[in-house]
Design a protein around this ligand. Structure first.
Ligand code: NDP
Length: 317
Protein backbone atom coordinates (compact mmCIF):
# COMPACT_ATOMS: atom_id res chain seq x y z
CA UNK A 1 0.00 0.00 0.00
CA UNK A 2 1.37 3.41 -0.89
CA UNK A 3 1.84 5.87 1.93
CA UNK A 4 -1.04 8.40 1.88
CA UNK A 5 -0.38 11.73 3.55
CA UNK A 6 -2.40 14.92 3.31
CA UNK A 7 -0.50 18.17 3.45
CA UNK A 8 -1.58 21.76 3.60
CA UNK A 9 0.98 22.64 0.99
CA UNK A 10 3.69 21.01 -1.11
CA UNK A 11 6.37 23.07 -2.81
CA UNK A 12 8.06 21.73 -5.93
CA UNK A 13 11.62 22.99 -6.19
CA UNK A 14 14.26 24.22 -3.78
CA UNK A 15 15.67 27.23 -5.58
CA UNK A 16 15.23 30.82 -4.53
CA UNK A 17 11.47 30.95 -5.17
CA UNK A 18 10.67 27.55 -3.63
CA UNK A 19 12.70 28.24 -0.50
CA UNK A 20 11.22 31.70 -0.04
CA UNK A 21 7.75 30.16 -0.35
CA UNK A 22 8.86 27.54 2.21
CA UNK A 23 10.03 30.21 4.67
CA UNK A 24 6.71 32.04 4.46
CA UNK A 25 4.57 28.88 4.56
CA UNK A 26 6.58 27.47 7.45
CA UNK A 27 6.27 30.68 9.44
CA UNK A 28 2.50 30.40 8.92
CA UNK A 29 2.72 26.97 10.54
CA UNK A 30 1.72 25.12 7.36
CA UNK A 31 4.62 22.64 7.70
CA UNK A 32 5.37 22.73 3.97
CA UNK A 33 6.92 19.75 2.26
CA UNK A 34 9.58 20.85 -0.23
CA UNK A 35 10.45 18.35 -2.95
CA UNK A 36 13.94 19.46 -3.84
CA UNK A 37 13.81 18.27 -7.45
CA UNK A 38 16.47 17.22 -9.95
CA UNK A 39 18.72 20.22 -9.24
CA UNK A 40 18.55 20.91 -5.48
CA UNK A 41 19.11 24.57 -4.73
CA UNK A 42 18.30 25.54 -8.31
CA UNK A 43 20.36 27.86 -10.43
CA UNK A 44 21.84 29.82 -7.53
CA UNK A 45 23.52 26.67 -6.28
CA UNK A 46 25.62 26.50 -9.45
CA UNK A 47 26.43 30.17 -9.70
CA UNK A 48 29.28 32.12 -8.13
CA UNK A 49 29.10 35.59 -6.67
CA UNK A 50 25.63 37.17 -6.53
CA UNK A 51 26.16 40.90 -6.38
CA UNK A 52 22.62 42.15 -6.80
CA UNK A 53 20.67 40.43 -4.02
CA UNK A 54 19.75 43.22 -1.60
CA UNK A 55 21.36 42.97 1.80
CA UNK A 56 24.83 41.77 0.83
CA UNK A 57 26.81 44.89 -0.10
CA UNK A 58 29.89 42.81 -0.96
CA UNK A 59 27.86 40.09 -2.70
CA UNK A 60 27.27 36.53 -1.54
CA UNK A 61 28.13 33.18 -3.11
CA UNK A 62 25.03 31.59 -4.67
CA UNK A 63 25.37 28.26 -2.79
CA UNK A 64 25.77 30.11 0.51
CA UNK A 65 22.64 32.16 -0.15
CA UNK A 66 20.71 28.96 -0.86
CA UNK A 67 22.09 27.23 2.23
CA UNK A 68 21.01 30.20 4.36
CA UNK A 69 17.51 30.01 2.90
CA UNK A 70 17.32 26.27 3.59
CA UNK A 71 18.30 26.80 7.22
CA UNK A 72 15.79 29.61 7.52
CA UNK A 73 12.99 27.41 6.10
CA UNK A 74 13.77 24.33 8.21
CA UNK A 75 14.11 26.44 11.34
CA UNK A 76 10.40 27.22 11.05
CA UNK A 77 9.36 23.66 10.29
CA UNK A 78 9.68 23.15 6.53
CA UNK A 79 10.50 19.59 5.53
CA UNK A 80 12.96 19.24 2.66
CA UNK A 81 13.04 15.99 0.77
CA UNK A 82 15.44 14.90 -1.97
CA UNK A 83 12.83 13.69 -4.42
CA UNK A 84 10.87 14.96 -7.39
CA UNK A 85 7.39 14.80 -8.84
CA UNK A 86 6.57 11.93 -11.22
CA UNK A 87 3.01 12.94 -12.05
CA UNK A 88 0.19 15.09 -10.76
CA UNK A 89 -3.61 15.01 -10.68
CA UNK A 90 -5.08 18.46 -10.10
CA UNK A 91 -8.62 17.46 -11.06
CA UNK A 92 -9.30 16.20 -7.53
CA UNK A 93 -9.17 18.01 -4.21
CA UNK A 94 -6.94 17.42 -2.33
CA UNK A 95 -4.55 17.19 -5.27
CA UNK A 96 -2.72 13.93 -5.81
CA UNK A 97 1.03 13.86 -6.34
CA UNK A 98 2.97 10.79 -7.35
CA UNK A 99 6.50 11.04 -5.96
CA UNK A 100 8.41 7.88 -6.82
CA UNK A 101 6.36 5.10 -5.24
CA UNK A 102 4.73 7.46 -2.78
CA UNK A 103 1.34 9.17 -3.17
CA UNK A 104 0.98 12.55 -1.48
CA UNK A 105 -2.30 14.38 -1.05
CA UNK A 106 -2.09 18.14 -0.69
CA UNK A 107 -4.64 20.92 -0.42
CA UNK A 108 -2.42 23.40 -2.24
CA UNK A 109 0.56 23.24 -4.56
CA UNK A 110 3.35 25.72 -5.21
CA UNK A 111 5.26 25.02 -8.41
CA UNK A 112 8.75 26.45 -8.20
CA UNK A 113 10.66 23.93 -10.28
CA UNK A 114 12.56 26.55 -12.25
CA UNK A 115 14.42 26.06 -15.48
CA UNK A 116 17.36 23.89 -16.63
CA UNK A 117 20.31 24.61 -18.87
CA UNK A 118 19.70 24.65 -22.62
CA UNK A 119 21.96 22.65 -24.95
CA UNK A 120 22.82 23.16 -28.62
CA UNK A 121 21.54 19.62 -29.21
CA UNK A 122 24.29 18.67 -31.66
CA UNK A 123 24.89 14.89 -31.57
CA UNK A 124 28.62 15.50 -30.99
CA UNK A 125 27.85 17.85 -28.08
CA UNK A 126 25.51 15.35 -26.46
CA UNK A 127 28.09 12.55 -26.88
CA UNK A 128 30.74 14.61 -25.11
CA UNK A 129 28.77 15.84 -22.09
CA UNK A 130 30.98 15.05 -19.13
CA UNK A 131 33.99 14.63 -21.43
CA UNK A 132 34.80 18.27 -22.02
CA UNK A 133 31.29 19.59 -22.64
CA UNK A 134 29.51 21.17 -19.68
CA UNK A 135 26.69 23.57 -18.88
CA UNK A 136 28.00 24.38 -15.42
CA UNK A 137 31.19 26.38 -15.14
CA UNK A 138 31.07 26.38 -11.36
CA UNK A 139 30.81 22.59 -11.28
CA UNK A 140 33.40 21.77 -13.96
CA UNK A 141 35.63 24.83 -14.20
CA UNK A 142 38.43 23.12 -12.35
CA UNK A 143 38.74 20.55 -15.17
CA UNK A 144 39.55 23.39 -17.55
CA UNK A 145 42.75 24.18 -15.66
CA UNK A 146 45.60 25.10 -17.98
CA UNK A 147 43.46 24.63 -21.10
CA UNK A 148 42.14 26.75 -23.93
CA UNK A 149 38.38 26.64 -23.79
CA UNK A 150 35.20 28.01 -25.40
CA UNK A 151 32.06 29.47 -23.86
CA UNK A 152 28.91 29.63 -25.99
CA UNK A 153 26.33 32.39 -25.60
CA UNK A 154 25.95 36.15 -25.44
CA UNK A 155 23.91 36.70 -22.28
CA UNK A 156 24.85 37.32 -18.67
CA UNK A 157 25.31 33.60 -18.03
CA UNK A 158 27.92 33.33 -20.77
CA UNK A 159 29.74 36.44 -19.50
CA UNK A 160 29.68 35.17 -15.94
CA UNK A 161 30.94 31.74 -16.99
CA UNK A 162 33.68 33.24 -19.16
CA UNK A 163 34.89 35.49 -16.33
CA UNK A 164 34.80 32.66 -13.82
CA UNK A 165 36.66 30.29 -16.15
CA UNK A 166 39.57 32.71 -16.59
CA UNK A 167 40.63 31.51 -13.13
CA UNK A 168 41.42 28.12 -14.62
CA UNK A 169 41.80 28.37 -18.39
CA UNK A 170 44.73 29.91 -20.22
CA UNK A 171 42.41 31.38 -22.85
CA UNK A 172 38.61 31.68 -23.15
CA UNK A 173 36.91 32.19 -26.51
CA UNK A 174 33.37 33.46 -26.17
CA UNK A 175 31.23 32.49 -29.17
CA UNK A 176 27.98 34.34 -29.86
CA UNK A 177 25.72 33.41 -32.75
CA UNK A 178 24.83 37.01 -33.58
CA UNK A 179 26.41 40.42 -33.27
CA UNK A 180 23.99 41.46 -30.57
CA UNK A 181 24.74 40.60 -26.97
CA UNK A 182 21.94 40.09 -24.50
CA UNK A 183 24.27 40.54 -21.58
CA UNK A 184 23.96 43.60 -19.36
CA UNK A 185 26.37 46.39 -20.21
CA UNK A 186 28.44 46.03 -17.06
CA UNK A 187 29.00 42.29 -17.49
CA UNK A 188 29.74 42.58 -21.20
CA UNK A 189 32.26 45.34 -20.56
CA UNK A 190 33.98 43.35 -17.84
CA UNK A 191 34.33 40.32 -20.10
CA UNK A 192 35.52 42.43 -23.04
CA UNK A 193 38.16 44.08 -20.91
CA UNK A 194 39.56 40.77 -19.67
CA UNK A 195 42.91 39.92 -21.29
CA UNK A 196 42.20 36.17 -21.34
CA UNK A 197 38.83 36.46 -23.11
CA UNK A 198 38.49 36.76 -26.88
CA UNK A 199 35.17 37.26 -28.66
CA UNK A 200 33.86 35.55 -31.79
CA UNK A 201 30.53 37.02 -32.92
CA UNK A 202 28.25 35.91 -35.76
CA UNK A 203 29.61 32.41 -35.32
CA UNK A 204 27.83 29.10 -34.80
CA UNK A 205 29.09 25.76 -33.52
CA UNK A 206 28.61 23.08 -36.18
CA UNK A 207 30.34 20.18 -34.44
CA UNK A 208 32.31 19.36 -31.33
CA UNK A 209 35.40 17.40 -32.34
CA UNK A 210 36.70 14.47 -30.32
CA UNK A 211 33.74 12.07 -30.18
CA UNK A 212 35.92 9.04 -31.03
CA UNK A 213 38.56 10.04 -28.51
CA UNK A 214 35.84 10.75 -25.89
CA UNK A 215 37.57 14.05 -25.21
CA UNK A 216 36.96 17.48 -26.72
CA UNK A 217 39.64 18.29 -29.30
CA UNK A 218 38.15 21.41 -30.85
CA UNK A 219 35.09 23.02 -32.39
CA UNK A 220 34.10 23.20 -36.05
CA UNK A 221 32.69 26.71 -36.34
CA UNK A 222 30.92 28.61 -39.09
CA UNK A 223 30.96 32.32 -39.73
CA UNK A 224 27.45 33.59 -40.38
CA UNK A 225 28.93 36.50 -42.34
CA UNK A 226 31.12 34.66 -44.86
CA UNK A 227 29.73 31.13 -44.50
CA UNK A 228 33.31 29.88 -44.00
CA UNK A 229 33.98 27.01 -41.66
CA UNK A 230 37.05 26.79 -39.46
CA UNK A 231 38.40 24.81 -36.54
CA UNK A 232 38.97 26.32 -33.10
CA UNK A 233 41.30 24.07 -31.12
CA UNK A 234 39.89 24.00 -27.58
CA UNK A 235 39.77 21.27 -24.94
CA UNK A 236 36.53 22.29 -23.24
CA UNK A 237 33.19 23.79 -24.25
CA UNK A 238 30.87 25.43 -21.74
CA UNK A 239 27.30 26.29 -22.64
CA UNK A 240 25.78 29.53 -21.41
CA UNK A 241 22.79 29.77 -23.75
CA UNK A 242 19.88 30.06 -21.38
CA UNK A 243 17.40 27.69 -19.83
CA UNK A 244 14.30 25.59 -20.43
CA UNK A 245 11.43 25.60 -17.92
CA UNK A 246 10.92 22.36 -15.94
CA UNK A 247 7.20 22.15 -16.56
CA UNK A 248 6.79 18.94 -18.55
CA UNK A 249 4.67 17.34 -15.78
CA UNK A 250 2.13 20.14 -16.27
CA UNK A 251 1.61 19.80 -20.01
CA UNK A 252 -2.15 19.47 -20.54
CA UNK A 253 -2.69 20.06 -16.80
CA UNK A 254 -2.04 23.81 -16.72
CA UNK A 255 -1.72 26.45 -19.43
CA UNK A 256 1.84 26.69 -20.73
CA UNK A 257 3.16 29.24 -23.22
CA UNK A 258 4.79 28.39 -26.55
CA UNK A 259 8.19 27.80 -24.88
CA UNK A 260 6.77 25.65 -22.08
CA UNK A 261 6.70 28.28 -19.30
CA UNK A 262 3.67 28.08 -16.99
CA UNK A 263 1.32 30.94 -17.72
CA UNK A 264 0.30 32.91 -14.66
CA UNK A 265 -2.10 35.72 -14.03
CA UNK A 266 -1.69 38.27 -11.22
CA UNK A 267 1.89 36.99 -10.83
CA UNK A 268 1.35 33.53 -9.35
CA UNK A 269 -2.16 32.22 -10.21
CA UNK A 270 -2.07 29.28 -12.63
CA UNK A 271 -4.75 28.71 -15.26
CA UNK A 272 -6.24 25.92 -17.35
CA UNK A 273 -7.97 26.97 -20.56
CA UNK A 274 -7.76 30.53 -19.26
CA UNK A 275 -9.56 29.79 -15.98
CA UNK A 276 -7.74 30.08 -12.64
CA UNK A 277 -6.92 26.73 -11.02
CA UNK A 278 -7.69 27.33 -7.34
CA UNK A 279 -4.98 26.27 -4.90
CA UNK A 280 -2.21 25.90 -7.50
CA UNK A 281 0.42 28.62 -7.76
CA UNK A 282 3.60 28.98 -9.80
CA UNK A 283 6.56 31.17 -8.91
CA UNK A 284 10.13 31.83 -9.98
CA UNK A 285 11.68 31.03 -13.32
CA UNK A 286 9.09 28.44 -14.30
CA UNK A 287 6.63 31.27 -14.93
CA UNK A 288 8.92 34.24 -15.45
CA UNK A 289 10.63 34.72 -18.77
CA UNK A 290 11.03 38.43 -18.37
CA UNK A 291 12.93 39.21 -15.15
CA UNK A 292 14.51 35.88 -14.11
CA UNK A 293 16.38 37.31 -11.16
CA UNK A 294 16.99 35.76 -7.75
CA UNK A 295 15.16 38.62 -6.06
CA UNK A 296 12.12 38.44 -8.36
CA UNK A 297 12.01 34.65 -7.90
CA UNK A 298 12.10 35.18 -4.14
CA UNK A 299 9.39 37.84 -4.43
CA UNK A 300 7.02 35.59 -6.37
CA UNK A 301 7.76 32.72 -3.96
CA UNK A 302 6.58 34.95 -1.16
CA UNK A 303 3.43 35.87 -3.09
CA UNK A 304 2.64 32.20 -3.77
CA UNK A 305 2.93 31.31 -0.09
CA UNK A 306 0.70 34.23 0.93
CA UNK A 307 -1.91 33.09 -1.61
CA UNK A 308 -1.72 29.55 -0.20
CA UNK A 309 -2.37 30.90 3.28
CA UNK A 310 -5.32 32.95 2.05
CA UNK A 311 -6.75 30.01 0.11
CA UNK A 312 -6.52 27.64 3.09
CA UNK A 313 -8.11 30.19 5.38
CA UNK A 314 -10.94 30.82 2.93
CA UNK A 315 -11.53 27.07 2.67
CA UNK A 316 -11.66 26.59 6.42
CA UNK A 317 -8.32 24.88 6.97
P1 NDP B 1 19.69 34.77 -21.99
O1 NDP B 1 18.40 34.26 -22.52
O2 NDP B 1 19.77 36.16 -21.50
O3 NDP B 1 20.82 34.61 -23.12
C1 NDP B 1 20.95 33.42 -23.83
C2 NDP B 1 22.08 33.59 -24.82
O4 NDP B 1 22.30 32.33 -25.46
C3 NDP B 1 21.77 34.58 -25.92
O5 NDP B 1 22.94 35.23 -26.30
C4 NDP B 1 21.25 33.68 -27.03
O6 NDP B 1 21.48 34.19 -28.32
C5 NDP B 1 22.13 32.48 -26.86
N1 NDP B 1 21.51 31.27 -27.40
C6 NDP B 1 20.31 30.72 -27.10
N2 NDP B 1 20.11 29.59 -27.78
C7 NDP B 1 21.23 29.40 -28.52
C8 NDP B 1 21.63 28.40 -29.43
N3 NDP B 1 20.86 27.34 -29.69
N4 NDP B 1 22.83 28.51 -30.01
C9 NDP B 1 23.64 29.56 -29.73
N5 NDP B 1 23.33 30.55 -28.88
C10 NDP B 1 22.13 30.46 -28.28
O7 NDP B 1 20.10 33.70 -20.87
P2 NDP B 1 21.13 33.85 -19.65
O8 NDP B 1 21.17 32.50 -19.05
O9 NDP B 1 22.39 34.45 -20.06
O10 NDP B 1 20.42 34.85 -18.64
C11 NDP B 1 19.11 34.59 -18.15
C12 NDP B 1 18.71 35.67 -17.14
O11 NDP B 1 19.49 35.53 -15.94
C13 NDP B 1 18.95 37.09 -17.65
O12 NDP B 1 17.92 37.91 -17.21
C14 NDP B 1 20.25 37.48 -17.01
O13 NDP B 1 20.38 38.87 -16.83
C15 NDP B 1 20.19 36.74 -15.68
N6 NDP B 1 21.54 36.44 -15.16
C16 NDP B 1 22.11 37.30 -14.28
C17 NDP B 1 23.38 37.06 -13.77
C18 NDP B 1 23.96 38.03 -12.79
O14 NDP B 1 23.43 39.13 -12.64
N7 NDP B 1 25.01 37.67 -12.08
C19 NDP B 1 24.15 35.88 -14.18
C20 NDP B 1 23.48 35.05 -15.14
C21 NDP B 1 22.22 35.33 -15.60
P3 NDP B 1 20.39 35.14 -29.07
O15 NDP B 1 20.53 36.47 -28.40
O16 NDP B 1 20.84 35.08 -30.47
O17 NDP B 1 19.05 34.50 -28.85
Amino acid sequence: MPDITTRDTVILGSGCSGLTAAIYAARSNLKPLVLEGHEPGGQLSITTLVENFPGWPEGIQGPELIENMKQQATRFGAELRMSHLSSVDLSRSPFVLQVGKEIIHTRTLIIASGASARWLNLPSEQALIGHGVSSCATCDGFFASGKEIAVIGGGDSAMEEAMFLTRFATKVTLINRTERFRASKIMLERAMAHPKIQFLSNTTVEEVLGVEEKDVKGLRLKSRVTGDEFILPVSFMFLGIGHIPNASAFKGVLDLDEDGYIRTTNNVFTTLNGNIVPGVYACGDIQDRRYRQAITAAGSGCMAALEVEKYLEEHGH
